[in-house]
Ligand binder design. Structure first.
Ligand code: GDP
Ligand code: MN
Length: 396
């Protein structure tokens, strides 16, 4: 689950990470109110107004703007709230901006040497360790840095069973070329950031930029946070941060029905039980010259009701030209699933795209008979390869 910048900063702050402070606002008028509050608390007179959407690169798209004085806040917030923000990380239609973060300007005017640092904490799956990735080249996208100047990216691996050790935090500060107060502040920052990542059960914390001011403060200016969905049950307060407006509507609906669905760009919808089989099925579709339109794991209890819900989800996607159902009957009986498909077909009404069903396992033969005798536009096959051939046939 992804968070907004302001939510990520709240979590960071609760673990003692120094952040660029701010308040979220839904309207330009509210932006003025919170700007006043911010001035009371921080003394700032310049504000940075930032679109809160689940996408990076907002600055480039005009979603981050400076208001040089309280009198400009309403106008600037008005320009950003309601816009469809297009960034290198959004689709061409962009993301609708419902709210902005009104934050203190932490780039002091006339400051010749604020420096922008990149820092992220994530899991290195290859080593099974957490990893702090950092660079002196903050502010721009890290992919470009990785491509053009890979030697300017450092990593520090943290053993999750031990946690971050003081010498590791010092090594980060040292590699960033910091000295004196900034060095000490950075070791505190890194330690608090790692703790926030670990204690919140996140899979990513990306702070770009971390700002070093000329008076040696180290501040998180941005925050991109991804929480691990599987750990949300023990973070009820974070779970409430979910913003459904930012998520794919079909994926939201699938989650409510307990289906594991990910929207993709292809033309073949798939319905599979088990994540591993779903991955193999997507490979098979590609091999047959199609592209998967989705990942859908209906889970171990592929009963008639779930089969029908799954069909309805897949059919919402206008790009779908065929549907491949690939179910292995272990605990679940194939004839039950087949009956579910036949019922769903009748309940949903006319399904215009061909359906290829491969049922293998317990009672597969009875299932095939059921489908073949149903008189519906459903092709039943038993072998994996037959399914691929059939997909190819209906697509051509
Ligand atoms: P992103 O473009 O979505 O990554 O959004 P960021 O939060 O990283 O902001 C984009 C850029 O806006 C940063 O790289 C900074 O250069 C700039 N920015 C952010 N906060 C401030 C601020 O307080 N003052 C000034 N002058 N610029 C800021
Ligand atoms: Mn950023």
């Amino acid at each position: 689950m992804n968070l907004h910048e302001y939510q990520g900063k709240q979590i960071l702050n609760s673990f003692g990470v120094d952040i660029q402070r701010g308040y979220v606002a839904q309207t330009p008028q509210e932006a003025v109110e919170v700007a006043k509050k911010l001035t009371d608390e921080t003394g700032t007179s310049w504000y940075v107004i930032k679109a809160q959407v689940h996408a990076g690169g907002r600055g480039k798209g005009g979603g981050v703007k400076l208001a040089k004085g309280i009198e400009h806040v309403e106008e600037v917030a008005g320009q950003i709230i309601g816009m469809d923000l297009v960034t290198p990380q959004t689709s061409a239609e962009g993301k609708h901006v419902h709210q902005v973060l009104v934050a203190e300007d932490v780039y002091y005017p006339g400051d010749s040497e604020p420096s922008e640092i990149y820092m992220s904490v994530l899991l290195n799956r290859a080593t099974g360790k957490n990893m702090i990735m950092y660079s002196t080249e903050g502010g721009m996208d890290i992919e470009t840095v990785a491509e053009k100047t890979p030697h300017l990216i450092f990593t520090e691996e943290i053993d999750p069973s031990v946690g971050i050790l003081p010498f590791q935090a010092r090594r980060v500060a040292f590699n960033l070329g910091l000295e004196g107060k900034a060095f000490k502040e950075m070791t505190k920052f890194v330690t608090a950031l790692y703790t926030a990542y670990e204690k919140s059960d996140s899979s990513l914390f990306e702070i770009n930029p971390v700002l070093k001011t000329s008076d040696d403060r180290i501040i998180a200016v941005d925050a991109k946070v991804t929480l691990d969905d599987n750990a949300l049950y023990r973070h009820k307060d974070y779970a409430e941060m979910r913003d459904l407006r930012e998520e794919n509507a079909t994926e939201v609906e699938a989650r409510a029905k307990g289906l594991n669905y990910v929207d993709l760009d292809g033309n073949v919808g798939c319905m599979v039980n088990g994540a591993g089989l779903a991955m193999a099925t997507m490979d098979l579709i590609k091999q047959a010259g199609g592209e998967p339109a989705n990942f859908l794991d209906v889970g171990g209890t592929a009963d008639a009701e779930r089969v029908e819900s799954a069909f309805k989800l897949i059919l919402k996607d206008p790009k779908v030209k065929a549907i491949l159902v690939n179910i292995f009957g272990g605990i679940v009986r194939c004839d039950r699933v087949a009956q579910g498909i036949v019922d769903a077909y009748k309940n949903i009404g006319e399904i215009k795209v061909p359906i290829i069903v491969r049922l293998q396992g317990t009672n597969a033969d009875i299932a095939k008979e059921l489908i073949d005798n149903s008189g519906l536009n459903v092709h039943s096959v038993i072998q994996f390869q037959e399914a691929a051939d059939k997909v190819q046939e209906v697509l051509s």
